[in-house]
Design a protein around this ligand. Structure first.
Ligand SMILES: Cc1cc2nc3c(=O)[nH]c(=O)nc-3n(C[C@H](O)[C@H](O)[C@H](O)COP(=O)(O)OP(=O)(O)OC[C@H]3O[C@@H](n4cnc5c(N)ncnc54)[C@H](O)[C@@H]3O)c2cc1C
Length: 393
């Protein structure tokens, strides 16, 4: 049995579903805990103690570590693709390469109720929905099993996800498939689906029905940690910018680090040593590294961790701008390449507090800061605002 199933220590389970999917006796089901994160629940009467669940658990097993072969800054050459991507459009460049070669892509999409889950597809419209970071834990659902079926049939599959999901898939497969390509994201941590649904309920009660939610949206202010919520009041459509300074959910997740899954705070993948063929993320410090990029439009950091990934980057180089950089600059600009996000004291009770007091009352207590900045911004004269913006870059 896995460490988590034995000891119920929440830091020891990433919620990837590998144990559930490998159990041929259906002795494991994944169920949400009080915080809304999925954990395995064992039906002891069905368990035959075969040990398969432990054998595939990414927490309990070492992962095959890749030291990055080379590190790049990447920017997609298609302006529309670039503007619709969180960073520099690395995901789309790789997804296009795979689908042009009759492959399938597995990644995270939102359903109509903003529930994030992984799906496998060749359809352009669905791959389009995978674009954009969803700052919530994605349910891998049946994707591991479906990826395996397709790999066995000989189809190329590109799997994208957080490093624990990539490792979960690889542990579940227990075989090196030449036709599998994996992309791990540099990851800050994942909040629970329950928190996102509480936020949506709260926003809808106060503002109107949410029709679109993007945690990353460049359309208003370019490439930054900023997104948009679109909601309807009567027949009118309103677009609200969300950022760590303005929005309670973003603030709790990104600024306070107080709502991630417990395992994120001791994440073993928060290192420059990687689990996927590719690693992708934001190259936030690119202006200091390659100043000639059009960095205000977004730049991806891309690690080629295997020979396979080096070869593919060479094949897509006419569709992207690619600049070879170095590991130390990437690590310098991205904290989660050297350590997990730190757990604040407030993490211990935040979900309990939301349950007892409600989302609105909790964020009023926890996020005072997020209301101060917009207030100050509103009251600074325009000229001074322009001067400060210039001064602060
Ligand atoms: C929860 C989370 C935390 C992140 N933290 C960091 C960070 O600390 N530093 C950093 O540099 N980058 C981080 N990223 C990655 C970054 O935000 C971009 O997703 C990445 O640079 C890819 O951008 P892109 O332009 O290539 O592609 P995009 O078109 O934006 O592609 C998005 C890709 O992310 C996948 N994805 C989206 N949401 C999820 C999810 N919830 N779970 C699993 N996969 C998902 C999609 O399947 C797709 O492959 C994080 C992403 C997520 C989802």
């Amino acid at each position: 049995m896995t460490e988590y199933i034995l000891h119920k220590d929440k830091s020891k389970c990433y919620g990837c579903r590998a144990c559930e999917k490998v159990c041929s006796h259906n002795a494991i089901t994944m169920e949400p805990d009080d915080e809304g994160f999925l954990y395995p629940v064992l039906n002891e009467s069905l368990c035959v103690n075969c040990g398969l669940c432990k054998n595939v658990c990414p927490h309990d097993n070492d992962f095959s570590v890749f030291e990055p072969v080379s590190v790049y800054a990447l920017q997609h050459s298609n302006k529309d693709v670039l503007s619709g991507s969180s960073s520099g459009g690395a995901f789309s460049a790789l997804a296009d390469y795979v689908t042009e070669n009759s492959g399938a892509v597995c990644g995270c999409i939102f359903d109509d109720n903003f529930k994030a889950f992984h799906t496998v597809t060749e359809k352009t419209a669905v791959i389009e929905k995978m674009k954009g970071s969803k700052y919530v834990q994605s349910d891998t659902a049946d994707s591991f099993t479906e990826v395996k079926v397709r790999l066995e049939k000989g189809q190329t599959v590109l799997f994208t996800g957080t490093p624990c999901q990539v490792d979960g898939l690889k542990q579940f497969l227990k075989k090196d498939y030449e036709n599998l390509l994996t992309v791990d994201l540099i990851c800050h941590g994942v909040p629970s689906p329950l928190l996102l649904s509480e936020y949506i309920k709260y926003t809808e009660n106060n503002k109107g029905k949410i029709t679109d939610l993007k945690f990353r949206d460049k359309l208003r202010n370019g490439w930054r940690s900023e997104g948009t919520v679109v909601y309807k009041i009567g027949e009118k459509k309103k677009v609200l910018t969300i950022s760590p300074f303005k929005d309670s959910y973003y603030n709790l997740y990104y600024m306070r680090n107080s709502v991630s899954r417990m395992s994120c705070y001791s994440c073993k993948y928060a290192t420059h040593k990687r689990v996927g063929d590719f690693t992708i993320g934001d190259y936030w410090n690119i202006p200091d590294v390659v100043p000639q990029t059009e960095y205000e439009k977004g730049v991806s950091v891309v690690f080629a961790n295997t020979k396979k990934s080096e070869k593919i980057l060479d094949e897509i180089k006419d569709k992207v701008s690619l600049y070879e950089t170095d590991l130390s600059s990437a690590v310098k600009g991205n904290g989660n390449l050297s350590r997990p996000s730190e757990m604040p004291e407030s993490r211990k009770n935040i979900y309990k507090k939301i349950k007892e007091k409600g989302y609105g009352a909790t964020v009023k207590e926890e996020c005072q800061f997020s209301y101060v900045i917009p207030f100050i911004k509103r009251h600074i004269p325009k000229g001074l605002k322009k001067y400060l913006k210039k001064l602060l870059g």
